[in-house]
Design a protein around this ligand. Structure first.
Ligand code: S3P
Length: 182
């Protein structure tokens, strides 16, 4: 097995969490403040197929979307100095989870069900995974995925904070880790 010798300071930062929690917004701010490249995995896939995720699911299928998601995450998570936002379902794939935890630093953006459900109406049109599901089904998926997101390096409960505050907290915690481990 090849050992990953990327220093803690150079490891890429990966953001995970349920749909609509704010991964892309927070990751974008963090990337800017740390002068790093920002990668949004969903945007990469959409660019490749030249269509939004809802159409990819409808016309090409979720299986192909998940394959591409794996390809992109495995590629970018092993590169240094990136800030990467993953789609909410990506971390459910074993290979993605293992690669991110091995090669990068994984930040879990958490949110309570009560806060999240207020956002559902803004998300449903662009999130095929939420379409044609009852509230009970969505709540079950929310809690089911939480168990997998628990495999992270650092977590933040976002309920009472805006994206800028979350990003600042994360940057402070990264800087502390750099001091401790480097
Ligand atoms: C998905 C989440 C979406 C996107 C796709 C599937 C999921 O990303 O990857 O619609 O399975 O949770 P966001 O988490 O950015 O909404």
């Amino acid at each position: 097995m090849q050992v990953d010798r990327t220093s803690v300071k150079e490891k890429s930062l990966v953001f995970i969490g349920f749909m609509g929690v704010g991964k892309t917004t927070v990751a974008q701010i963090v990337a800017k403040k740390l002068y790093r490249d920002f990668i949004d995995i969903d945007a990469e896939i959409e660019k490749e197929f030249d269509m939004p995720t809802t159409d990819i699911f409808k016309l090409i299928g979720e299986t192909k979307f998940r394959e591409k998601e794996k390809e992109y995450v495995l590629h970018y998570s092993q590169q240094p100095l990136k800030v990467i936002s993953l789609g909410g379902g990506a971390f459910m794939q074993d290979e993605i989870r293992e690669a991110c935890l091995e090669h990068s630093i994984v930040f879990y953006l958490d949110i309570s069900w009560d806060s999240w459900k207020e956002r559902l109406h803004m998300l449903v049109d662009s999130r095929p995974v939420l379409q044609n599901k009852s509230m009970e089904d969505i709540e079950e998926l929310f809690h089911e995925r939480k168990k997998t997101y628990e495999e992270h390096n650092s977590a933040f409960i976002t309920d009472d904070f805006d994206a800028e505050e979350v990003a600042d907290y994360i940057i402070d915690s990264i800087k502390l880790a750099w001091e401790i481990y480097d």
